[in-house]
Design a protein around this ligand. Sequence first.
Ligand code: SF4
Length: 260
Amino acid sequence: MAKITRKLSPNKPSPKKASSKPPVKKTASKSKPAQPGATKKTPGSKKPKPWTEAEIYEAFSRFRKANPEPKGELEHLNPYTLLVAVVLSAQATDAGVNKATRALFAVADTPQKMLALGEEKVRDYIKTIGLYRNKARNVIALSDKLIAEFNSEVPRTRAEIESLPGAGRKTANVVLNMAFGEHTMAVDTHVFRVGNRTGMAPGNTPLDVELGLERVIPAEFMLHAHHWLILHGRYTCLARSPRCEVCLINDLCRWPEKTV
Ligand code: SF4
């Protein structure tokens, strides 16, 4: 059996909220409000100067030097338990998910075992996580689908992963990156904020930021870029009080409100 992947935390204070769903894309309104963390457009405000290739390279070289092998903080045993953990992490903290899944995955680390456990028991294991009723239903339904359609394996394409109950684009990006080593960029609330504030990849939606980051980040950094940016947002570029004074890229950051 595979070993539990334990989190690697940088030497930074522990977060109150480790992960949350990125802002939902709104399309209906003509004058749609900017997403939280999106680049502010105030009358007369200047668009920040785009980063040069050399600056982007420099920023990611610094992230790599500081943390050569960054890891995600969701504990898992294999691609299946990673998938389940990511589905459970929507609007929940990684720490809260880990607390519930340690016991759950000890008894159910395959789709078959999860089905055998049944929805009611899954619900009991995860009842400390927000939206647990719906999530328990999804975990059972996705396990069922994996067995029926994917030979009990986590599929390796975005479309197939997104076809699973409870899995969306962010889930697919995390699984493709962490389980299969693909160069995807999952945009959660932290990556969204960092992409916008720094000016690396400004955008009003998570998809804008995802595509913007993929466009500018050199391939050699893409395997770990998602984790570097999440950790940067979680421990340094905090939502309310960014720690600009200790930020590795404070000389490069374009945010007009940075404190250095
Ligand atoms: S300088 Fe401040 S705002 Fe800019 S990335 Fe660093 S912590 Fe965030």
